[in-house]
Design a protein around this ligand. Structure first.
Ligand code: PMP
Length: 455
């Protein structure tokens, strides 16, 4: 075995060999990469032993903290049996058991689980299932091969997921590769395009959506939404009742409702799934991120009996869903996901969230008076603090000011890791975060925002 490389050596090799996602590598090469070697609870620990609060839950995946004993044990137990087999022509106990448990906790009416590897592929699966469903079940309903999305939607980085996404900075340059998608204005209560206020607006923003569904339903296979909160757009929250009305409209106009719960699933919003806040069952639901408690890449697309049955037939009818990945239903991922659901049950995680959510609300409210804090948006343990140049006019900072980035850099120097979304400072702590850790996180955010006026 070669000598263990030093922390300096690792940083150098990182800069020499790695290409990081969503990262301007020219800048990265000039910086000191933070190399995380271990974790414990809400903390990440670098190669030199420095501890950082994990304010992003390692990009919204970690739920119960790092090195949770139940998850660790599940993973070690499974590796003693087998790391991987395949779901193509075979099955495995963790995949079977996990599917059964997922259906128990999913919104009622979802009854089948199709595995894939990450949030993007879970979305791709939902899109392909939707199109094939209409072909096989209701071939006369129209072409039904397009999708409706909300502006500023983010559903992942593969081509299908980008086609139904709408974040200009990430997506515009790939337009030649993308399939056409219809688009509707999302609710945005902070800067309502209709100039209205909730609840007196009676969610008037749904009216144009109804018109699109009315006129284009024959073209539309599905309407894909991030339920309750458009996270990557900067934590834009849909008002209560919005999702329930979308459900009604999709049912009325015969368009499948596809809920992308990749970010919101598994307790993040205060309930197991965001759809539950409005009592909604989507036709297809994509989950990933928190599925394994943040341990391994795994994803699933859940659907109804109605959709599943449209794929049944004799082989030569070719109704098979021709889709799958090498690691579909990976036993390690499924075993740790099962343990994740066990932790939810055993530790009554959902019950424990209420006081933390209220505390976060209280702590964030104390930032509202800061000169650059324009809007504070929180749903469960997902929060976004939008910084603005002018509180009265809500004038945003121009992108080159890199305000969010500056706050995140200041936070890192104080021992908190966060990743901004443009001018929105985002805090997504693990569900297991303690009161003290949460308080410290918001305190560091305050100090870091304060550095803007100092500089
Ligand atoms: N959908 C949503 C709502 C997401 O937030 C993300 C990732 N942030 C994805 C899909 C894509 O997931 P992944 O990065 O695992 O492919």
């Amino acid at each position: 075995m070669a000598d263990r490389p030093s922390a300096r050596q690792l940083r150098e090799w990182d800069r020499r060999y790695l290409w990081h996602p969503f990262t301007q590598m020219q800048e990265w090469e000039q910086e000191e990469p933070l190399v995380i070697e271990r974790g414990k609870g809400s903390y990440l620990i670098d190669t030199e032993g420095r501890r950082y609060l994990d304010g992003t839950s390692s990009i919204w995946v970690n739920l119960h903290g790092h090195r949770h004993p139940v998850l660790d044990r599940a993973l070690k137990g499974q590796i003693d049996k087998i790391a991987h087999s395949t779901l193509l022509g075979l099955s495995n106990p963790p995949a079977i058991l996990l599917a059964r448990e997922l259906i128990k906790v999913a919104p009622p009416g979802l009854s089948r689980v199709f595995y894939s590897d990450d949030g993007s592929t879970a979305v791709e699966v939902a899109l392909k299932m939707a199109v094939q469903y209409w072909r096989q079940r209701h071939p006369d309903a129209g072409p039904k091969s397009m999708f409706l999305r909300l502006k500023l939607a983010y559903h992942g980085d593969t081509i299908g997921a980008v086609s139904v996404g709408n974040i200009e900075l990430f997506h515009a340059r790939f337009k030649p590769l993308l399939f056409p998608t219809l688009e509707a204005e999302p609710p945005s209560c902070y800067r309502c395009p209709l100039g209205l206020t909730y609840p007196s607006c009676k969610t008037a923003c749904l009216e144009p959506i109804e018109r699109i569904l009315q006129t284009r339903h024959r073209d539309l296979a599905g309407f894909i939404v991030e339920p309750l909160i458009q996270a990557a757009a900067g934590m834009i929250i849909q008002p209560p009742g919005y999702l329930a009305r979308l459900r009604e409209l999709c049912t009325r106009y015969n368009v499948l409702l596809i809920a992308d719960e990749v970010a919101t699933g598994f307790g993040r919003t205060g309930k197991m799934f965001a759809c539950e806040h409005d009592g909604v069952t989507p036709d297809l639901m994509a989950v990933s991120k928190g599925l394994t408690g943040g341990y391994l890449p795994l994803a699933a697309t859940l659907t109804t009996d109605e959709i599943y049955r449209a794929f049944l037939g004799r082989y030569e009818e070719f109704k098979t869903f021709f889709h799958g990945h090498s690691y579909t239903g990976n036993p390690l991922g499924c075993a740790v996901a099962l343990a994740n659901l066990e932790v939810f049950r055993r530790q009554q995680v959902l019950r424990s969230l209420g006081p933390k959510i209220s505390l976060l609300q209280k702590l964030l409210a104390s930032l509202a008076g800061m000169p650059s804090v324009g809007d504070i948006r929180q749903q469960g343990l997902m929060a976004g603090i939008e910084l603005v140049q002018d509180k009265m006019t809500k004038e945003p900072y121009p992108p080159p000011a890199r305000i969010g980035h500056r706050v995140a850099t200041a936070a890192r120097a104080r021992g908190l890791l966060i990743r901004p979304l443009g001018n929105v400072v985002v805090l997504v702590p693990p569900l297991s975060v303690s009161r003290e850790e949460l308080t410290r996180m918001v305190e560091i955010v305050r100090e870091s925002i304060d550095t803007l006026s100092a500089g």
